[in-house]
Each structure stands twice: as structure tokens, then as C-alpha cells.
Design a protein around this ligand. Structure first.
Ligand code: EPZ
Length: 463
């Protein structure tokens, strides 16, 4: 496996203490920002390439810590990977291993998605249970039950999911599957497993996210027979093998949404592209509800035109096409500066409010009641040392820092690097004053609860 040295390192918590992000708020941003390929597509399409007995090529693959981690997991399974720029060539023709290493899987939940392709290709798979993360318990019962419906025997022993198919040809069998919840991951795992199954499979109450459609399109480019992706019923007619394909991944709608909020929260006009505007319908509707204009420019760009006053609104996160949970934290940061009270209800993950105490440290007025956050708008946030607890929480803190008065320092950047490609450089190009600095983890006077304040040695001064 030869991976380009520029790829973000998958192992960063320990090094985490080395760098923190410093942001001086209050800058007006302007210009155009480029959106990278979708993280949540790249990860599952990389797993999908395991279905293919030939070489495949994925383009528009973002350089992210999660992508590096998935690459290492596939390599550990005997897959050959070659990266050049945003193109990833994946060759799973000689896949031999069916066991994914715990130390890597434990870092990346999405790695569990390889269970479907491994079972479909080899008739056996041993994948460590991914376990929970900061935002929730994240069980995989829907994946397991669906695989059992396709004829797999599944045992969970000592934290390892051991799945295998009995019979001489070790081939899964088409089946009717109803998902109790439209889980993105379970829909993707089962759709992949069914592509090489004997017979037809239907997945009802399936997830309809754009990343599910992107995966189906990639599999069809490899010769799979899939109908209905993007609706709540997907039908897959199994085929005996898949062939090579060269596929380009969709733009990241969550990264695009984050930049739209960056425009709104800093009262700045920004052009965001490439995007697929339809993928942002719920996000744009909420921005318009609070008085921000978002206009399409051409077919693949949207411009955010800020308003001076941010109106309050209520948001409930839901499966697509509802409001995305991956934009909840960013909108909470925005609504802390609204002219009134807003309620955000998080219905997808049971523990996705880690950003609340950190935003409160910056002067936000937020109370939590169960899975609801009641946000009372304040005139101004003030810069403070804060800690990111998960990927989207880190994005929310960056956005709050851009709007705040004074300096914000953010720790926990390994979360940010998991899902945002070159975020600082992109925001600096728009005029943000921010940079990463080394931190020697010394407690200083900025916060009695042992927050660090770095001895600045500039790593990347904004140009
Ligand atoms: C995908 O996670 C995304 N990750 C998440 O993005 C995103 O938040 C989520 O979908 C919802 O949109 C990737 O695609 C890699 P789910 P996934 O299965 O597939 C419960 C980000 O910030 N559930 O739809 O894990 C589960 O616990 C990340 O980029 C079960 O109970 O999400 C959760 O409460 C975070 N049993 C709910 O369903 C199962 O077997 C939704 O999970 C599976 C899921």
C-alpha cells in the first residue's frame, strides 16, 4: 500500500496536545470557498470497493484523518490502495483477510460497514464491535439483524462480530428486510451485502440520505442492480460479481452547510461551491427562516447573503430529508446570537450536546431539558478557551470563535481533522484571523478549570 505522505495522520489524540486553534473573532469574511468531497460518502464507498474483484478508482476523495484510518483498515484486510491527489485507486481483487484489527476499528465507527462487503465477497467476516462514541451508544443491531435475514450466522463474542454464511457457495440469499429505524449505516451495509446475494432483496424504511444514493450509484457503476436508492424502499437484484469502475464522490453537504453558517454568523457574504443545492434544502430553509438569504448561483453554487439581525427558530433533527443532526451544533452556535428564544431538539443521537457547556463558556445562554436545548439569544459572544468533544461540536466552536469578541482557543482538534479538510486554510482565505499553534499544555490564568493557554510558536500564519 502506498499512501501519500500528505494525508492527515489517523492517530492524533496523543499528539493532540501539540496544537490548538487560536481565532480572533469579529472579522467580516468574503469570497468563494471550495467544498471537498463528502466524508460520509468516501468512507462507505471505500468499503464498497471491497465488493469488486477488480481495481476501482474513487475521485474527489477528501484528505481526512478518517479516510486515512479507513485506508489502513482496508490495507490490513489485504486491499491495495494508491493515492494521487484526490484520487484513490483501490484493488480488493486479492483480499484474503476477513478480520479487521481492533485498534483501527475502535477509532472509526464507519469501519463496521466493511462487514457487508466482506460477507458478500468471502462468506465470512470478523469485525470488532465499533462501540459507542461521544454522541451516543451507536449499536449495530439493525446491521446484524439485516445480515441474519440475508442468511448469515452472526455471533458476537468478546467484542467481535463473527459473521459467516453456511453452505458450499457461502453466498448470501436475497430477502425482505424492514428496518425499525431508517439507519444510514444499516441501509448501506445491507445494500452492499445484497449486491452479490443470490436473488432479490428489498430494504424497507431505508435511509434516504444523499450518501446512500452515492453508494448505490457507485455500486451500479460496478454493475450492481439497485433501484429506489433515495426512497424508503430499495430493491437489489443480486449479481455474481462486480467489475471495475471510476467514480467521483458527491460534495460534502455538511461542510457546505458549515460554510453557509460561517457567513450567517459573521454577517458575511460568501459563495460556496461545489454543492448540490437539493442536498441542502432543510439547512437553507432554516437559514431563510432566521432571515438569512441563500441564493443559487448556477447549478453547483450557493451564495449566503447575511442579515444584520438573526431571528430565533426551532429545529428538530430528523433522518433525511429532515434537518440533519450533523448541522445541529453549527446552528446552535448561530442561534446563540439570535434576537429571541429558540429550541433545538436532537432526536437522532442521544448525547449530541457536548458543545453546550463550551458555548456557554463563551457567554451563550443555553439550558438543556432532556434532548431539547433552549437557547436564549445574547447580543455578543466573547472569546474563551474551549474544548471540542466531537467532530461537529468542533465546527460549532470554530463558528462561535469567528463571531466572538476577542480570542478563542480550541483544543481537541483531532475531532476537527476527522471531518474537515484544510478548514483553517479555507477560512483564512475568506479573511478569518485564525491559526494553529503549538501548545505546551501549561495551565495559565485564562481559565481556572485547567484550560491551557499556549506559548505561541506560529505553525501557519494566515497569509
Ligand atoms: C451516519 O452515521 C453518519 N456517519 C453520521 O455522521 C450521521 O450523523 C448519521 O449517519 C445520521 O445522519 C457516517 O456516514 C460515517 P445511523 P450512522 O445508523 O450510520 C441508531 C458525522 O458527524 N442505530 O443512521 O452511524 C443510532 O444509534 C457523523 O459526520 C441503532 O439503534 O447513523 C442512532 O441513534 C456523526 N441501531 C440512529 O440509529 C443500528 O444498528 C442513527 O444512526 C444502527 C443505528
Amino acid at each position: 500500500m502506498t499512501l501519500s505522505p500528505s494525508l492527515p495522520n489517523a492517530h492524533s489524540p496523543a499528539e493532540e496536545n501539540v496544537s490548538i486553534l487560536e481565532i480572533w473573532g469579529g472579522q467580516t469574511l468574503s469570497g468563494q470557498v471550495a467544498v471537498s468531497g463528502a466524508k460520509n460518502s468516501a468512507l462507505v464507498l471505500m468499503a464498497g470497493a471491497v465488493l469488486c474483484s477488480d481495481e476501482c478508482s474513487l475521485r474527489n476523495v477528501p484528505s481526512l484523518a478518517d479516510v486515512s484510518c479507513m485506508s489502513e483498515i482496508l490495507a490490513a484486510l489485504g486491499v491495495k490502495l494508491e493515492r494521487s491527489g484526490d484520487r484513490l485507486i483501490i484493488n480488493a481483487s486479492t483480499i484474503g483477510q476477513s478480520k479487521a484489527p481492533y485498534e483501527l476499528v475502535s477509532q472509526l465507527r464507519a469501519s463496521f460497514f466493511v462487514i457487508g462487503p466482506l460477507l458478500a465477497r468471502l462468506g465470512v467476516a470478523r469485525i470488532p464491535l465499533p462501540g459507542g462514541c461521544a454522541i451516543g451508544a451507536r449499536p449495530v443491531d439493525l446491521h446484524v439483524r439485516g445480515l441474519q435475514a440475508l442468511g448469515a450466522e452472526v455471533q458476537i463474542d468478546h467484542g467481535i462480530v463473527y459473521a459467516y454464511v453456511k453452505g458450499v457457495n457461502k453466498r448470501l440469499k436475497g430477502a425482505k428486510i424492514y428496518l425499525d429505524y431508517p439507519s444510514v449505516g444499516a441501509t448501506e451495509t445491507l445494500m452492499m451485502a445484497a449486491t452479490l446475494a443470490d436473488g432479490e432483496t428489498t430494504i424497507e424504511n431505508a435511509a434516504q440520505e444523499p450518501e446512500v444514493i452515492d453508494l448505490a450509484n457507485f455500486c451500479r457503476a460496478m454493475g450492481a442492480k439497485i433501484r429506489g436508492a433515495g426512497t424508503n424502499t430499495i430493491t437489489i437484484a443480486g449479481v455474481s460479481r462486480l467489475h471495475t469502475a471510476d467514480y467521483s464522490i458527491i460534495p460534502d453537504r455538511v461542510e457546505a452547510g458549515t460554510f453557509l453558517v460561517a457567513g450567517a454568523i459573521t454577517r458575511s457574504e460568501i459563495l460556496v461551491s461545489p454543492v448540490i443545492p437539493d442536498h441542502l434544502t432543510a439547512v437553507i430553509a432554516k437559514l431563510q427562516a432566521i432571515g438569512v438569504q441563500v441564493v443559487n448561483e448556477g447549478t453547483h453554487s450557493v451564495r449566503v447573503i447575511p442579515s444584520q439581525n438573526i431571528l430565533p427558530t426551532d429545529i428538530e433533527t430528523l433522518p433525511y430529508p429532515g434537518f440533519p443532526t450533523d448541522m445541529q451544533a453549527q446552528f446552535m452556535a448561530l442561534l446563540t446570537l439570535s434576537e429571541g428564544d429558540s429550541i433545538i431538539s436532537e432526536t437522532v443521537f442521544e448525547n449530541r450536546m457536548g458543545h453546550v457547556p463550551e458555548l456557554s463558556r463563551m457567554g451563550a445562554d443555553i439550558r438543556i431539558k432532556g434532548n431539547h436545548a433552549i437557547i436564549r439569544g445574547v447580543p455578543m459572544l466573547s472569546g474563551a478557551p474551549v474544548v471540542a468533544t466531537d467532530l461537529r461540536a468542533s465546527a460549532a466552536l470554530v463558528l462561535a470563535g469567528l463571531a466572538a469578541n476577542g480570542k478563542t482557543t480550541i483544543q481537541g482538534l483531532h475531532h476537527l481533522d476527522r471531518g474537515y479538510e484544510q478548514l483553517e486554510a479555507k477560512l483564512q482565505k475568506l479573511g478569518a484571523r485564525m491559526h494553529r499553534v503549538k501548545s505546551d499544555v501549561k495551565v495559565d490564568d485564562c481559565d481556572p478549570v485547567a484550560m491551557v493557554s499556549p506559548k505561541p510558536s506560529i505553525l501557519n500564519q494566515p497569509s
